[in-house]
Design a binder for this molecule. Structure first.
Ligand SMILES: C[S@@+](CC[C@H](N)C(=O)[O-])C[C@H]1O[C@@H](n2cnc3c(N)ncnc32)[C@H](O)[C@@H]1O
Length: 220
């Protein structure tokens, strides 16, 4: 069961507003993050043309790009992309513009030709698209047949109901973005229904109940 919370698109303004703070925040679970990166690297091939949508300030893209043929990293927020480009400039030639391109765009408005990518990734991303089915149709369109979709995103339907109760209040005060609420099971079913085979579901968190499954699915 997927619940949509009046998900009107604000064009990334929420994320523009918090981008500098987001960039300064420490990763909450460094070891879990490293497990996710390592598993992505197991899947990425040096010839792959890859996409990471909702890339934020580019932390993950900068880590993964050296192991791909090329990586396009996109985000709806111009502020997030500006910070990502600053980090890219500081990173030096290993992540030059030939290998890693940061692009400002929502997932749903990316106009890359169909079947452009071998791998499409989204981290803390899928719950933020305006419509789950349309977002997955876009991922499917962008992937080559046999290509991989890699996602790790909060499944709010599996979280404490008190958090869900607080969300509308936080959104009212501009402290939370628009989100989709689904369980891990809902998300896996939606991915399968969009034309994918699920090949891996894992949990990388270091502690507590992990409501952010690492999901890898192959485009049929
Ligand atoms: C929680 S941050 C995650 C950033 C990064 N993936 C990470 O793991 O640190 C969510 C990001 O999604 C972006 N975003 C939200 N809605 C989006 C959409 N429809 N298309 C593309 N990016 C979106 C936001 O601008 C923000 O940078």
């Amino acid at each position: 069961m997927e619940i949509q919370m009046s998900n009107t698109q604000d064009g990334g303004r929420f994320w523009d507003r918090i981008a500098r703070k987001y960039a300064a925040d420490k990763i909450a679970d460094e070891a879990g993050y490293e497990r996710t990166l390592a598993r992505c690297l197991d899947y990425l091939k040096p010839t792959d043309n890859a996409l990471e949508f909702a890339c934020g300030t580019g932390t993950t893209a900068l880590r993964l790009a050296p192991s791909a043929g090329s990586l396009t990293a996109s985000d709806i927020s111009g502020e997030m992309i500006a910070i990502a480009r600053e980090k890219q400039a500081a990173a030096g030639p290993v992540n030059d513009a030939g290998r890693l391109a940061f692009v400002q765009s929502a997932l749903e408005t990316l106009t890359c030709p169909a079947e452009s990518f071998d791998v499409v990734m989204g981290f803390s991303a899928v719950h933020l698209v305006p419509d789950l089915r349309e977002g997955l149709v876009q991922v499917h369109r962008l992937l080559k047949p046999g290509g991989l979709f890699i996602s790790k995103t909060p499944c709010l339907g599996d979280m404490n109901p008190l958090i869900l109760a607080a969300l509308p209040v936080m959104r009212f005060f501009g402290k939370a973005p628009n989100v989709l609420i689904f369980t891990s099971g809902d998300l896996q079913a939606a991915i399968a229904a969009a034309g994918f085979n699920i090949v891996e579901v894992a949990h990388h968190a270091s502690r507590g109940k992990d409501t952010r499954p690492f999901i890898v699915a192959r485009r049929l």
